[in-house]
Design a protein around this ligand. Structure first.
Ligand code: ASP
Length: 422
């Protein structure tokens, strides 16, 4: 035990994942997917505590980091440049992801002949359809910033923080400077808290993995194997081919170093299925392990965690084509183009929380005019097998954010990355 505690954190997390998987398999086979008992309750509570601790720092972290980040970016021009660069990166990489999903779903045809054992008892009202793409954009403006924080409305918080940071740069220095300092200090304190929470990651990961493995309903996974395979193949291509190529071409660094630097983030995303919950870890890894400045990371990462979701974008597109194949519908070229564009918007509007991507599929199906009732039944089935896909696409979502931070930082003249990574 002492030996394990002396290991580096990322090894501890890795070992915790393996022990969690084995424990999960044992619970799965003993209780056939419906585990119970005191030991099980304690183990999953550990996972829940870890997620709650991470969620606890998110709102103050995003609020202080974006405000301080925007305030220190300074003039409107520099801010505009950062915004344009970040959004260009988000949109281009998301579109690449979507095209991968489109091509694979058309080639492998996972929905043709898929056996969807939907139970008649499925209640379609339990899936709430989100707003239209335009409403998603309008809703980013919070009518009450405090309410946005209370409701965990990330887009609203980001929007207000950007405005606040911008406001700080617009007033006289003697008024703006102290406020900027306050937000800088607040951000440093939040990062210090995050650092302590991350030390608990091995325990949290153990609890979360045990729960995920022990409660998986195995049979449905077999029926939807080709669908799961198609999405996973797309995510794998994007994560292990596209992303490393982006790192190499745009920054010149060895992509392997980036994977190594981001390991705690990758595992946290995998086990929490939440970009938001992973954000504190992402920021820690990008600043400490990669060496990106606080100025860039505190702007690009919270924004990315909310709007840049390569994995979800790919999933939205592949998922809708899967649905169309199950329904036996033939998609025209213009419908496929609508799917690509709305998948992008759905991913941007998707919350960084577990399973949010499945519900956002409604945005895309509505845009191409599928009937809600049919679609709801299929999406319900997709939801049942979604957890492992969600874990994987969340990894890609946050990985894309971290790459974005390095790409933007490099383009702003920052160098000497990965000095702490051997
Ligand atoms: N769980 C994903 C995330 O937090 C969103 C999704 O469901 O696609 O990034």
């Amino acid at each position: 035990m002492k030996r394990i505690l002396k290991l580096k954190l990322h090894w501890q997390i890795f070992i915790a994942m393996i022990i969690g998987t084995i424990t999960g398999i044992i619970f799965q086979s003993v209780y056939s997917g419906k585990p119970e008992g005191v030991v099980f309750t304690i183990i999953i509570s550990i996972g829940t505590i870890f997620i709650r601790l991470l969620r606890m720092v998110i709102v103050p972290l995003v609020f202080t980091s974006i405000t301080a980040g925007v305030a220190s970016v300074g003039s409107g021009k520099a801010l505009g440049r950062l915004t344009v660069k970040s959004f260009s990166y988000y949109i281009v990489t998301s579109l690449i992801a979507i095209i991968i999903g489109l091509v694979l779903a058309n080639l492998l045809k996972p929905g043709v002949g898929a056996h969807i054992p939907v139970s008649g008892a499925f209640n379609k009202d339990s899936l709430q359809a989100p707003n239209s793409p335009l409403d998603i954009l309008i809703d980013t403006i919070p009518t009450n910033p405090v309410e946005a924080m209370v409701r965990f409305d990330m887009m609203g918080i980001i929007f207000f923080s950007i405005m606040l940071g911008y406001g700080i740069t617009k007033v006289k220095p003697e008024i703006g400077e102290p406020v900027k300092q306050l937000f800088n200090s607040g951000f440093d304190i939040m990062m210090a808290i995050t650092e302590s929470i991350i030390k608990l990651a091995p325990l949290g990961v153990f609890g979360l993995i045990t729960k995920a493995v022990s409660t998986a309903g195995i049979d449905l996974f077999k029926d939807l194997a080709l669908y799961i395979l198609t999405v996973s193949a797309g995510l794998t291509i994007h994560l292990f081919i596209v992303m490393p190529a982006v790192i190499f071409i745009l920054t010149g660094y060895n992509p392997y170093l980036h994977f190594k630097a981001m390991w705690p983030m990758i595992i946290t995303a995998f086990t929490t299925s939440s970009s938001n919950a992973t954000l504190p870890v992402t920021m820690q890894c990008v600043e400490k392990n990669v060496g990106v400045s606080n100025k860039i990371s505190s702007f690009v990462l919270p924004l990315g965690a909310t709007v840049n979701m390569n994995g979800t974008a790919l999933y939205e597109c592949a998922g809708v084509i899967f649905i169309s194949q199950v329904l036996g519908l033939h998609l025209t070229v213009s419908q496929q183009i609508i799917i690509v564009l709305t998948a992008l918007l759905a991913a941007i509007g998707c919350a960084g929380i577990p399973a949010a991507g499945v519900v956002m599929i409604f945005v895309v199906t509505q845009a191409v005019g599928f009937k809600d009732a049919d679609v709801a039944l299929i999406i319900g089935t997709m939801l049942a097998v979604d957890r492992p896909l969600d874990m994987y696409r969340t990894v890609l979502n946050v990985f894309g954010d971290s790459v974005g931070a390095v790409v933007v930082a490099k383009s702003e003249g920052e160098t000497n990355f990965y000095q702490n990574i051997k």
